[in-house]
Ligand binder design. Structure first.
Ligand SMILES: Cc1cc2nc3c(=O)[nH]c(=O)nc-3n(C[C@H](O)[C@H](O)[C@H](O)COP(=O)(O)O)c2cc1C
Length: 401
């Protein structure tokens, strides 16, 4: 049975959630599931903005049929050609042979690649600023390359002021009937998953996100309708100010994130002692993560939030302990920058982890590594304790600047 909501004049939300999914993109744990939004404008012409993932295609079919109520589908706008939004394209084209697909030239290359048919007879290729009249509604297209993929654009409805924002402003997690951000306690329940979504999915492309934010600031936006999670119709600053910070790799607060990789517990002990000293010194929100257990997507997200990151690792086969190596690679892959960094390393005969972690950290831009390094030999002793004291003091001094 259909399950839809009207979100504005002639405009319907047709989305659905998958609560069975374990890993989004077969990579990111999504303990709260995943939502897939899309939208239908019922004007003189009917226009669907994006499709959905295969997992919710049955619900989508029912929703679409209900709102169309026997009318044909005239347009499908492809803001983003990723399979979690486009699984339904071949079906739609088959059902409505006169359907026009609207997207960037790159989007049509991807249609061909993913779906194995030539979209040329259906294609309306658009570029920056082009418009499409549906009757009363006019869609204006704003290109947003690499705000996840190269073909991405966002669509602005000049009549309602709705910005259909593709993957921008989305979040991990299934939604219920409350599809507007003001219908949930967004700050308490969703901000962390919005950060984890942004940082992992588009975090690497801060410059492109900044450019989209600049273009969007020129539009009179009344509503932001992303392809995942909640629709914004007020308090835009809650999400926009965060995006500005994330895109600029600017920390959100004065927290400290300590990541440790430890086999027997010595390095973990050093990390815990440091966290206690920092808390005692008045640092608010010191977080400690075991890299062997915490999903890397969560640690990456936390790194975008905190101004100070501490990496603590045992030496493993003349290298960095596995989870820590993965975390540092992921931070590099997401172009993490401009953080203050503390290093703790451990080894029992050839302690290589310290210099190797430094190599990885120095490949990131603007990382200030504190001189107060901590070297643990097997287990924390009095000498290491003094070094932890010194690292704590250096972090406190840095946060006070
Ligand atoms: C598989 C394996 C490989 C290791 N390789 C090294 C090494 O190359 N160099 C070294 O100094 N210690 C090596 N160690 C020892 C640990 O790094 C060392 O005992 C360290 O103190 C462990 O810290 P932890 O208590 O935090 O696990 C290795 C240990 C294991 C289990």
């Amino acid at each position: 049975m259909y399950n839809v909501r009207m979100i504005g004049e002639d405009t319907w939300w047709l989305g659905a959630s998958d609560r069975r999914i374990q890993l989004f993109e077969n990579t990111y744990p999504v303990p709260n599931g995943m939502s897939y939004n899309n939208y239908l404008i019922m004007d003189e012409k009917t226009c669907l903005l994006d499709g959905v993932d295969e997992s919710v295609s049955r619900q989508f079919e029912e929703n679409l049929a209900h709102v169309l109520d026997g009318r044909p589908l005239d347009y499908l706008v492809i803001d983003h050609m990723e399979p979690d939004h486009c699984a339904v394209i071949p079906d739609l084209v088959r059902r409505w042979p006169n359907l026009k697909l609207v997207g960037t030239p790159k989007a049509f290359d991807l249609v061909r690649q993913f779906h194995g048919f030539d979209p040329t007879p259906h294609a309306i290729k658009v570029k920056e600023g082009d418009t499409l009249s549906l009757g009363r509604h006019t869609l204006q297209f704003v290109l947003a390359p690499m705000v996840h993929w190269p073909e991405v654009m966002v669509s602005y409805d000049q009549l309602t002021g709705t910005l259909f924002s593709a993957d921008a402003f989305g979040a991990f997690g299934a939604t219920g009937g409350a599809i507007f951000a003001d219908e949930v306690d967004w700050e308490r329940d969703w901000a962390d998953e919005a950060r984890r979504y942004y940082t992992n999915i588009v975090g690497k492309y801060g410059m492109q996100v900044t450019s989209l934010l600049k273009k969007a600031s020129k539009l009179d936006i009344k509503e932001i309708a992303p392809l995942h999670a909640h629709i914004w119709r007020r308090d835009f600053d809650q999400i926009l100010s965060r995006y500005q910070k994330w895109a600029a790799y600017e920390p959100e607060d004065k927290s400290v994130a300590i990541f440790y990789g430890s086999i027997y517990g010595g390095t973990a002990n050093a990390a815990d002692i440091l966290s206690t000293k920092l808390a005692e010194a008045g640092v608010h929100d010191v977080r400690v993560y075991d890299v062997s257990k915490t999903p890397v997507s969560e640690m990456l997200s936390q790194s975008f939030r905190s101004p100070v990151l501490v990496f603590a690792s045992a030496t493993y086969n003349m290298g960095i302990f596995d989870g820590m190596r993965e975390l540092l690679e992921d931070l590099n892959a997401h172009a993490m920058k401009n953080r203050t960094v503390g290093v703790i390393y451990n080894g029992s005969w050839a302690p290589q982890a310290g210099s190797l972690m430094l190599d990885a950290i120095q490949r990131m831009k603007g990382m200030e590594v504190l001189d107060a390094e901590v070297h643990v030999t097997s287990a924390v002793d009095e000498g290491a304790l003094e070094q932890i004291d010194a690292l704590s003091a250096a972090i406190v001094a840095k946060l006070a600047e």
